[in-house]
Design a protein around this ligand. Structure first.
Ligand SMILES: [Zn+2]
Length: 312
């Protein structure tokens, strides 16, 4: 009875296929909460949820699986609890980790991977990993009033084919409406379900602006010199320490975190007081060489603030 309405469209055989499938969702935020809920209600057999963050009050505007009582708790863990209330048929595995080149193999058992992250570094890592292991993944991003989704197949164009130095804008600096994030997550989820049902899906980049009612299908050409398509997996070979590292706890809730940044670029994005050498905001003090003194309650939170506001 549970899947009656859906089976009218995909048949019992289709429903069984979904029940035998595993989907990994990377990032349980604005896109990830919606995708997780839709896929769980659709009856996907196994969901692998990955997120290092804790729930904040400012997440509730768009992260639909969470409510006020969840603030301060792990996103991956709370998502698992909510799914257990929605559909006990779904097996949920959680990893409250910062995905990197050393632990990314936790997603290997998935038939398909949904990118619901908010940063390009993780996306390029997923891109390398999926190409190398011949796994289909679905890129997704939403910002302001619009977003993009694209199914990326082992043989077709990849993320590196069309983004070299993608914009470092994130929701934390420019904002987003929840109708944009839910629409893009729904689009990613439908692409995933269609692929799991072995229906034909074009490897196009889909753009949707929910505020201005524009839907576009963009044709992406595979780039001849694309490193990933030429089996040069730079992000997969990168060690975690090359990216961001916590230097030390500096007492009274302050962490010293360092990373590789382009100070001039960061300066144009961040609203803060800049004296040429540092940028001061209410959350952190950033130095020109990529070091930052961050107010946080844990090492994870400090790294999270660094990657979201400063970049990685
Ligand atoms: Zn490529």
């Amino acid at each position: 009875m549970r899947y009656e309405r859906q089976e009218l469209l995909i048949g019992q055989e289709g429903q069984q296929k979904l029940q035998q499938s595993a989907v990994a969702i990377i990032g349980i935020g604005a896109l990830g909460t919606v995708a997780t809920e839709l896929l769980a209600r659709s009856g996907i057999g196994t969901l692998i949820l990955i997120d290092r963050d804790v729930i904040e009050l400012s997440n509730l505007q768009r992260q639909t699986l969470f409510d006020e009582a969840d603030v301060g708790r792990s996103k991956a863990v709370v998502a698992k609890e909510k799914i257990a209330q929605i559909n006990l048929d779904v097996k949920v595995k959680t990893h409250a980790i910062h995905l990197n080149s050393e632990n990314i193999s936790v997603i290997k058992e998935a038939n398909i991977i949904l990118d619901c992250t908010d940063n390009m570094n993780t996306r390029f890592l997923i891109n390398d990993f999926c190409r190398k292991n011949k796994i289909i993944w679905i890129y997704g991003a939403a910002i302001k009033t619009y977003g993009y989704a694209m199914p990326i197949f082992p043989e077709g164009p990849c993320l590196q084919c069309f983004t070299e130095n993608a914009s470092l804008e994130t929701c934390d600096t420019v904002g987003v409406i929840n109708m944009a994030t839910t629409s893009i997550a729904a689009l990613q989820s439908s692409l995933a379900v269609k692929i799991l049902l072995q229906e034909k899906v074009e490897p196009s980049l889909y753009h949707y602006d929910v505020w201005n009612q524009e839907f576009k299908k963009l044709y992406i050409k595979q780039k001849e010199k694309c490193p990933t398509c030429n089996k040069m997996y730079v992000f997969l070979d990168q060690k975690e320490n090359d990216e961001i590292k916590t230097v030390k706890f500096c007492g009274s809730g302050r962490y010293h975190v360092s990373g590789n940044i382009n100070f001039e670029e960061v300066k144009t994005r961040i609203k803060g007081t800049c004296d040429g050498e540092t940028i001061q905001t209410d959350k952190f003090l950033l130095f020109k060489d990529g070091r930052a003194l961050i107010k946080a309650n844990s090492e994870e939170e400090a790294i999270s603030i660094y990657s979201r506001y400063i970049g990685n």
